[in-house]
Write a protein that binds this ligand. Structure first.
Ligand code: ADP
Ligand code: GLC
Length: 477
């Protein structure tokens, strides 16, 4: 069995703020159905239960700190949790409304180092797969301190916008030799950049869709790292995320009542669900109109501000809207304002609610996702499982997974996507979707069926990761 260690800051259902958790919670399970022994290493956040199994001293600059290791499982996959007295026992994972925790450099340098120490103690060899900036130092520690015949690393960029940039003075916390603080490795315009560490030090680099893999090499999407990524592009692959088709499944979804579940061949349950949801949220008289849903982190990335800017016009459409999200205070306030202005048409739920997320994705007729950029995006994939038709900006993973009605064969199209990001283009596509829903039920049904027929399960993508792991195992021999 080949040993794979995932090192991540979140994994569902133990800790989740976004898609990173879905990926790290599911992919290991799929790999373990093949010839791999995959486990997950993540921080021991507040309220997580685990059995203590080990401890060690981890140096953070001059300071020795105590790491306590615990063990639990997610669906049979081993999870090693790393505790520190001060770093992870907090209300939030990364920060509060006031901003990121000021000691995030210490927290995640400590976590990365403690994870590597654990691996080196327990594994004679392994492929270590680290995710996003939080774990960017993992590949560099492995490369710097251990024999190349023992450890190789994969680093996955889930979102290049967040890079873990800290003052140069934070570098000493890593206890790495001074030459690692250079433009070749971790230095970025005079600062320490942990994402860059992962990109430069890993043996293989992946990101979560083929289109995003191209985009991040350009100035428009590269967030300043495009040059570095171009340098490293021989080791870069774009692999689209899969989804957990047991949890996101219209026939068995545990968050739907039994008579609200449905299949591709009989979607009557979807109608019941929609009418229940409209009732529950006080959106009366809406059953015959399309329901437009969105479940999202409320961040600039997601483009919700464009909907807010056009809310007067959008509210005139014969449709009902429901939003679920948390995030930037202005966006939360904006959605609440829209709801107050059009209380019979718009509901904005400011919360993080797994059950409601499922119910909105499943009940909606149209799903709106106008992201400015989207490395992969999972909700448009979930939508395909429920006959929910997405309207998206054609970028990143959205470009790779949604086939536009105007530009695809009728038996291929799964939604609506527009190329040039502008409020006008977004509005046009939403109007087109609403009109089609209303005027051409048979064509609409075809779009839904095309979605149902897509296979977004992990199978294909897990095989792509497996190939990468296998090639690294070969190199270690
Ligand atoms: P990102 O990781 O950029 O937030 P993704 O589309 O990859 O975007 O994944 C988002 C995940 O988080 C999805 O599983 C989505 O359902 C979930 N999610 C986002 N906001 C909420 C919320 N307010 N309540 C419940 N789930 C949410
Ligand atoms: C990031 C991206 C999202 C992607 C997710 C999981 O949070 O914003 O597009 O689906 O990671 O890879």
């Amino acid at each position: 069995m080949k040993k794979i260690r995932f090192v991540t800051s979140e994994a569902a259902p133990l800790a989740k703020t976004g898609g990173l958790a879905d990926v790290c919670g599911t992919l290991p399970l799929i790999l373990n159905q093949q010839n791999y022994n995959t486990s997950i290493i993540m921080p021991w956040y507040k309220n997580l239960e685990a059995k203590k199994i080990d401890r060690s001293i981890v140096r953070l600059g001059n300071e020795p700190r105590y790491a306590i290791y615990g063990k639990t499982t997610i669906n049979g996959v081993d999870v090693i949790l790393i505790k520190d007295q001060q770093f992870f026992n907090r209300e939030e994972y990364y920060g509060t409304d006031d901003g990121p925790y000021p000691d995030n450099d210490r927290r995640f340098i400590f976590f990365s180092r403690a994870a590597v120490q654990y691996i080196s103690k327990h594994d004679s060899s392994a492929v270590v797969h680290a995710h996003d900036w939080f774990t960017g130092l993992v590949p560099l520690y492995l490369r710097s301190r251990y024999k190349r015949s023992r450890f190789r690393s994969v680093f996955t960029i889930h979102n290049l916008q967040h890079q873990g940039i800290f003052p140069a003075s934070s570098f000493y916390l890593s206890n790495l030799p001074a030459y690692r603080f250079s433009p070749r490795w971790t230095e970025f315009y005079g600062n320490l950049n942990l994402m860059k560490a992962g990109i430069t030090a890993a043996d293989r680099l992946t990101t979560v869709s083929p289109t995003y893999a191209e985009e991040i090499q350009t100035q428009q999407f590269g967030e300043g790292l495009e040059g570095v990524i171009r340098e490293e592009n021989k080791k870069l692959t774009g692999i689209i995320n899969g989804i957990d088709t047991e949890i996101w499944n219209s026939e068995t979804d545990p968050y739907l009542e039994e008579d609200e579940q449905f299949s591709a061949s009989d979607i009557s349950g979807k109608k019941r669900l929609k009418s229940n949801l409209l009732q529950e949220y006080g959106l009366k008289n809406g059953s015959d109109l399309p329901l437009i849903g969105t479940v999202s982190r409320l961040a600039q990335q997601k483009g919700i501000d464009m909907l807010l800017d056009m809310r007067q016009e959008l509210s005139r459409l014969p449709a009902r809207w429901i939003f679920l999200g948390t995030g930037e205070p202005e966006l939360e306030a904006g959605l609440k304002q829209w709801e107050r202005e059009f209380p019979d048409r718009v509901r904005a739920v400011i919360d993080f609610d797994e059950k409601l997320a499922h119910r909105i994705v499943a009940a909606s007729d149209i799903y709106c996702m106008p992201s400015r950029f989207e490395p992969c995006g999972l909700n448009q994939l979930y939508c395909a499982q429920y006959g929910t038709v997405p309207v998206v900006h054609r970028t990143g993973g959205l470009a790779d997974t949604v086939a536009d009605f105007d530009e695809s064969d009728q038996n291929q199209a799964t939604g609506f996507s527009f190329k040039n990001l502008s409020p006008e283009n977004l509005k046009k596509k939403i109007e087109q979707a609403v009109n089609l829903y209303d005027s051409k039920p048979a064509t609409w049904k075809q779009l839904q069926q095309n979605g149902f027929e897509r296979d977004f399960s992990w199978k294909k993508s897990a095989n792509q990761y497996a190939k990468i792991y296998d090639s690294l195992v070969e190199e270690m021999k």
